[in-house]
Ligand binder design. Structure first.
Ligand code: SF4
Length: 457
């Protein structure tokens, strides 16, 4: 499961001609960011332009996440704030999409009478149809079908567009794994792979727009194409992207350890454009809990995969997700997680406290862990990982690395920020490198969350 974050999309390049204002807030994973970009394209055709201030908006759209309790709570508090705006400006349209919209469906319209429409995870392509119904018939919209035959991207009237050097590309939707803590199969449906023909065409279009790096998205990219007779598998897809001129870097997320094949491991040593980074969610180091989570691998098997990756590609960086306080987690289970984290030496780790999610099996487990115990375990795990991350980052000091410039440094407007192939953030002096430039830097100093580079002399 990719890390959860929140962002507001502003300044999307298609919006210079707009007559109406759109405020779009995206919660959750990269899949939602990708969907939000496509929603922006659809609304650009309706003359909407993005604004940063919700009080200027004619349309507010929230693309939501329900993978954990926290992003869900943020959506409810945002809705409360926007209700106040609608009282002042009754023509304001408020819509909601994404996983929480799929989860709650029509209940959202009942509970929030000021909400105008709800779009499920496979239905965002119908946003203009729903807005037509609202404008012409005054009808509040609800579109939440999870029909496995729907490819939400196939029906979009526009090719993807990016003004940046990096782009996300969805290669599949949904998941068949039913990990006992996870809501994704219920809100994104069963796993459906997009045709490789469409994906490759999309990436060629992006390459023509000078995109240099693509990140392939899916809940479990390792099983790409497995359910479609005659379709190329995931390594076949990577090989085909390797041949696309203009694309310099390929990334993907997320990989399920149980489906990480030998062929994919070997691809890291074989495909020059495949970046040396893998996000491989561990979730727990306890075999008892991994079984209860329905993860389909043991701690030993996880380690074997990581060892195989490092053998195939010694410089690979490995990041992961861990849940603490899963129902029934005893001190010994938690210690097994600490031991495995210590043994693997992740470059970075996204760790979370377990929270009950509707429909999931774990929500029915009775042996929940008290909040204070989960909190203490999270602190302990994060302290351990902080030390490991800094130690791993220090290994980069003195090395020369290729960095793709992504823009201004957040900490210092006089500096650039970019990423190494291993996905480390590097800040370095200079404002002259336009985004999308590949530069070679020498790493002078490592910090907990970033590296500092200087131009190679
Ligand atoms: S693999 Fe498990 S955790 Fe990941 S999306 Fe599927 S059910 Fe959720």
């Amino acid at each position: 499961m990719p890390p959860v974050r929140e962002l507001t999309l502003v300044g999307f390049s298609l919006f210079s001609m707009g007559a109406k204002n759109l405020y779009l807030q995206t919660f959750g994973c990269q899949m939602n960011v990708y969907d939000s970009e496509r929603i922006c394209q659809l609304l650009a055709a309706r003359n909407y332009r993005l604004v940063e201030d919700p009080s200027e908006a004619d349309l507010i759209f929230l693309n939501t996440c329900s993978v954990r309790v926290k992003p869900e709570q943020k959506v409810y508090s945002a809705l409360g704030r926007f209700q106040a705006l609608k009282k002042k400006k009754p023509t304001l349209v408020i819509g909601i999409g994404g996983c929480l919209a799929q989860q709650e469906g029509g209940k959202f319209l009942q509970r929030f009478p000021y909400l105008d429409f709800v779009l499920g995870t496979k239905e965002f392509g119908r946003i203009n149809e729903v807005l037509d119904d609202l404008e012409v018939l005054g009808k509040r919209g609800l579109a939440i079908s999870l029909d496995g035959r729907i490819d939400p991207y196939a029906s979009l009237p526009f090719p993807p567009s990016s003004s940046k050097a990096t782009a996300f590309v969805s290669i599949m939707q949904g998941c068949d794994n039913f990990c006992s803590f996870c809501i994704v199969p219920y809100v994104r449906g069963r796993e459906v792979s997009r045709p490789s023909r469409d994906i490759l065409e999309e990436i060629r279009t992006l390459a023509a727009q000078r995109v240099k790096e693509v990140t392939l998205l899916g809940q479990n990219v390792n099983s790409y194409g497995n359910k479609t007779p005659g379709e190329i598998g995931f390594t076949g897809l990577l090989e085909a992207i390797q041949e696309i001129q203009g694309i310099e870097r390929i990334r993907f997320t997320t990989s399920h350890p149980k489906d990480l094949s030998r062929a994919l491991i070997d691809s890291f040593g074989r495909l020059s454009k495949l970046c040396e980074h893998i996000h491989l969610p561990l979730q727990s180091g306890s075999n008892r809990l991994l079984k209860r989570m329905n993860r389909g691998y043991s701690g030993e098997e996880y380690l074997e995969r990581v060892d195989g990756l490092r053998e195939a590609c010694p410089e690979i960086s490995v990041t992961s997700d861990v849940i603490v306080g899963f129902p029934g987690e005893e001190e010994a289970d938690f210690q097994s997680t600490l031991d495995l984290v210590e043994r693997v030496q992740f470059d970075d780790l996204f760790s979370f406290k377990y929270s009950d999610r509707p429909y999931t099996r774990a929500a029915e487990f009775h042996d929940k862990i008290p909040e204070d115990v989960s909190r203490r375990r999270l602190r302990e795990l994060q302290a351990l990982q902080r030390g490991i991350t800094l130690k791993r980052n220090k290994l980069w000091e003195g090395k020369e690395v290729e960095v793709l410039v992504e823009g201004q440094s957040k900490a210092n407007a006089e500096e650039n920020m970019g990423r190494t192939r291993t996905n480390h953030i590097v800040n370095f002096p200079g404002k002259s490198d336009p985004h999308g430039t590949l530069v070679w830097l020498r790493i002078e100093k490592a910090f907990a969350h970033s590296l500092r580079g200087e131009r190679r002399s």
